[in-house]
Design a protein around this ligand. Structure first.
Ligand SMILES: Nc1nc2c(ncn2[C@@H]2O[C@H](COP(=O)(O)OP(=O)(O)O)[C@@H](O)[C@H]2O)c(=O)[nH]1
Ligand SMILES: Nc1ncnc2c1ncn2[C@@H]1O[C@H](COP(=O)(O)OP(=O)(O)O)[C@@H](O)[C@H]1O
Length: 240
């Protein structure tokens, strides 16, 4: 990683750890990314985020808190922290959420502490939040680290088919989610990227491409300021 910079740093034994090499390591240091996935219910964001988490060791999942009851197979602390409304409201009062919103008649929120801890240690965090959560994170103090992707279904009929095929919600709950689908979709344009989840493998590959590009473009840029300054100092010295 430091090879190229070291070769330009040719002043004796200290060269391998000279100022240019050190600045280059600063530029290469990983900085955490806040990766937001939003979509209407049933378009596939949970499936996509599970796939990314399984194959990308740099990520951790932001486990939200919610007042909605667990679905069959969901585990407290894994998919969500399942809380009653009084406890959720106490956490809002105490400022323990980075963002929170009411969705489908239930409260959902992102606990602040785990996200800050992950970012401080240079890890990336993936968020499955609705458009309100996306908007709040984009306007938060952490906004520079945010990359947001909106997932569209290939059609409304397919969206409904997926919600039914998931087999975890009552007809009434599915009806409520379908009724809100276009409202969620209407916010697509506020996102950095918009993908159509027709083919799951292709959509996952597109997300990986976005992550690779954003890690380079966003994460390295602040560190490159120091590296270019170090190059400039080396240049001035040699040109004297
Ligand atoms: N703002 C916000 N939205 C959330 C959070 N967690 C989940 N959501 C959103 O709440 C909505 C309902 O989620 P869920 O009950 O798991 O249903 P699903 O999207 O059909 O799997 C989805 O749009 C989620 O993205 C959160 O912490 N904050
Ligand atoms: N590209 C796809 N093609 C077919 N089925 C899909 C696709 N993406 C997701 N699904 C299925 O659709 C259902 C809803 O996906 P899910 O990830 O739970 O959506 P969301 O988290 O957006 O509510 C799941 O049963 C999932 O396996």
């Amino acid at each position: 990683m430091t090879g190229t910079a070291d070769m330009t740093d040719t002043k004796g034994p200290r060269a391998a750890d000279g100022p240019v090499a050190r600045a280059r390591r600063g530029a290469d240091a990983r900085r955490g990314l806040l990766f937001i996935l939003s979509s209407p219910s049933g378009a596939g964001k949970s499936t996509l985020s599970r796939r990314i988490l399984a194959n990308d060791g740099a990520f951790e999942f932001s486990v939200s808190a919610t007042t909605r009851p667990p679905r069959p197979g969901e585990e407290d602390g894994r998919e969500y922290h399942f809380l009653d409304r009084a406890r959720f409201e106490a956490m809002i009062e105490a400022g323990e959420f980075l963002e929170h919103a009411e969705v489908f008649g239930n409260l959902y929120g992102t606990p602040r502490a785990p996200v800050e801890a992950a970012l401080a240690s240079g890890r990336d965090v993936i968020f499955d939040v609705d458009w309100q959560g996306g908007q709040q994170l984009r306007n938060s103090v952490l906004k520079d680290a945010v990359v947001s992707v909106f997932i569209l279904p290939p059609s409304i009929a397919e969206l409904e088919r997926r919600l039914r095929a998931r087999g975890q919600d009552s007809a009434e709950v599915i009806g409520g989610r379908m009724a809100r689908a276009m409202d969620e979709i209407s916010h697509w344009d506020a996102y950095d990227y918009v993908l159509i989840n027709d083919d799951l493998d292709r959509c996952e590959a597109e997300i990986r491409g976005i992550l690779a590009a954003e890690r380079l473009a966003r994460a390295r840029r602040p560190g490159l300021v120091g590296f270019v300054q170090a190059l400039n100092r080396e240049f001035q010295e040699r040109m004297r």
